[in-house]
Design a protein around this ligand. Structure first.
Ligand SMILES: C[S@@+](CC[C@H](N)C(=O)[O-])C[C@H]1O[C@@H](n2cnc3c(N)ncnc32)[C@H](O)[C@@H]1O
Length: 251
C-alpha cells in the first residue's frame, strides 16, 4: 500500500488515539521532524492532519458538525445523484454499499447518513485514521465500518455478490480544475496518481450483487466501457454498471 515517507502522531496521544496509532503503525513523537506528516489532537479536541512543514502548510480534518461536510449531510436527500446512483430511492430498505476508495469519507458518510450500511476502505493509513476517528463519533457510527485496507484485498475476501453496491471514486486526474479544495490536495499528495483500475473494477463487479457505481469527472471517459446508466451531478458524473439481474428489473 502506498504510504508517506514519514508520519507521526504528535504527543500527547492517549486512549483511542494511542490504540489506533498502534493498529495503523503510526509513531508517537514529542517533536515532529519537518519532513514528517503530522497528526495531532488540537486543543479544541479536533484531530488534524498537517502536511510536512517544508511544503505549503495545509491542515485538514473530517468535521461532520460544521462546514462543508455538515452542510452536505444537512441537505442530503434520497433524490440527489449519488443516492439515485446506488438506487436508494427505489429500494424498500437501504442497500449495503462497499466504498472501495473512501478517502476522507464524504461519500461514505453521506450514504450512511441516508441509511445505507457502508464498508469504507482506505489504504492510506493517515486518511483511514481521520475517517475512523470521525466515524466513531458520528450519529450513523453503527452503519459505517471503516477499514484500513486495500479494497482489492477486501473485495477478494468478501467473495461474490456479498454487498449490494460497490462504489469507486478513484482520484481525479491532476489536470482539469485549477482550484482544488485542500482536502483533495492532501489526498492527492498522499495517494499519488491512480494506477490501473482494471483489476479493481473486475473485483468490484464480482463482489456487487446489484451494481457498481463509478464517480467520474464529467470530462473523463467511463472507467469500464459504456455504463448501463449515467447520472449527472453538479460537478461529477456517476456511471452505473448494473449486474444482469438488476439490469432487467431496472428497465
Ligand atoms: C478521490 S479519493 C476518494 C474521495 C471520497 N470519495 C470522498 O468522498 O472523500 C480516492 C481515494 O481512494 C483511495 N484508494 C485508491 N485505490 C484504493 C484501493 N485499491 N484501496 C483502498 N483505497 C484506495 C486513495 O488512497 C484515495 O484516498
Amino acid at each position: 500500500m502506498p504510504q508517506p515517507t514519514e508520519a507521526v502522531f504528535l504527543a500527547p496521544c492517549e486512549g483511542r488515539d494511542a490504540r489506533r496509532c498502534a493498529e495503523l503503525g503510526i509513531r508517537i513523537c514529542d517533536d515532529a521532524p519537518p519532513s514528517s506528516w503530522t497528526l495531532r489532537r488540537d486543543e479544541d479536541g479536533a484531530l488534524r492532519l498537517r502536511t510536512p512543514q517544508r511544503e505549503a502548510p495545509l491542515a485538514i480534518e473530517v468535521d461532520f458538525e460544521s462546514g462543508d461536510l455538515a452542510r452536505r449531510l444537512r441537505t442530503a436527500s434520497k433524490s440527489q445523484p449519488i443516492a439515485r446512483a446506488v438506487s436508494l430511492h427505489r429500494r424498500q430498505s437501504p442497500p449495503c454499499v462497499l466504498d472501495a476508495t473512501a478517502g476522507l469519507g464524504r461519500d461514505a458518510m453521506l450514504l450512511a447518513h441516508l441509511g445505507c450500511s457502508v464498508i469504507a476502505c482506505e489504504r492510506i493509513s493517515l486518511l483511514a485514521f481521520l475517517l475512523a476517528d470521525a466515524a466513531e463519533r458520528a450519529p450513523f457510527a453503527d452503519r459505517l465500518d471503516v477499514r484500513h485496507a486495500d479494497a482489492m484485498d477486501v473485495l477478494t475476501a468478501i467473495g461474490p455478490s456479498s454487498v449490494d453496491v460497490v462504489l469507486l471514486d478513484p482520484m481525479f486526474p491532476t489536470q482539469g480544475r485549477a482550484q482544488v479544495k485542500k482536502e483533495m490536495q492532501v489526498c492527492r499528495l498522499l495517494a499519488g496518481p491512480p494506477g490501473s483500475q482494471e483489476v479493481l473494477v473486475h473485483l468490484a463487479f464480482a463482489a456487487a450483487r446489484d451494481r457498481v457505481v463509478v464517480k467520474r469527472h464529467p470530462h473523463e471517459q467511463p472507467l469500464a466501457g459504456p455504463p448501463s446508466l449515467t447520472i449527472a451531478g453538479e460537478r461529477v458524473r456517476f456511471d452505473v454498471y448494473l449486474k444482469p439481474k438488476a439490469a432487467s428489473s431496472a428497465q
